[in-house]
Write a protein of this length. Sequence first.
Length: 242
Amino acid sequence: MATQPMRRIEAFYPPEQLQTATPGRRLGGYVLDLLVTAATFGIGWLIWFLVVAQRGQTPGKQMLGMYIMREDGTRAGGWYTILREVIVKGLISLVIGVISAATGGLGSLLWLPAALWCTWDRERQCLWDKAASTYIAHSPEGYRPPTAADLRMQGEEPPAMSGRTTAAPDSPSGLMDYPRARTGLEEDPLERDMSTEALADTPSTGESNAASRLRELQRLRDEGLITPEQYEERRAAILDEL
C-alpha cells in the first residue's frame, strides 16, 4: 500500500519539534488576534505584532505556539511576516472588497473559501499562504525554528537546500536520517542549566559536532539561559576549533 507523502513541515522537522498546525489551532489563533485587536482598539495588537513579527508570529500565533514558515523550511523573519500579514492579506482584502462592491456585497462571501482553504488543502494552507508561499507550524514543546539568517550564521543551509529530511530513504516509517538536536538537554533539567564553559569545552569530533553545538548554543541564548555576550564568546570559541 502506497504511503501518503509527508507534509512539508513534517519532512523537515521531527514531530516533537514542529508539526503542521491544524485548522482548529489556526482558527484559535485568529480568534485570539481578533480579541486582542478589539480589547486594545488595534493599538495594542499592532505594538505586540511589531515585537513578535521578527519571530514569525502574530500575537495569537505566539499564544498558541505557532510559527509562520517559509517554503525552504526556515522560520519567517520580520519583513517576511509583515509581507504576509500586511501586504498579501491587504491585496487579497482589496480584491475581495472591489468584487464585493461590484456585486452588492455578495463578493464578501469569497472570504469563506479563502480562509477555509486550509481545511481541505494537503499542506493546510489558506489562500494567503498559497500567495506568500508560507506554511503554519505548531511547536508542541516550545522549539523555535531557525530563520535563514540564523542558519547562515552557523554555516548551514535551509532544510530544502541541504536535502535534510526526517524520512529514511529506504523506509516509510519516518525515522530520522540526520542528527537530531540534542533533545537530551531538554529532558534533563540539570543538563539544561549546564554552564556555557562546559559547552565550549566539549570535545569536537568534526564539523557535524560543531554544528550541533552551535545549534545548542543558540537555543540557550533564545531561552535566555545565556547572555548575548556569552553567546558570541562561546560561538567564536567553537568556530576557532574548526
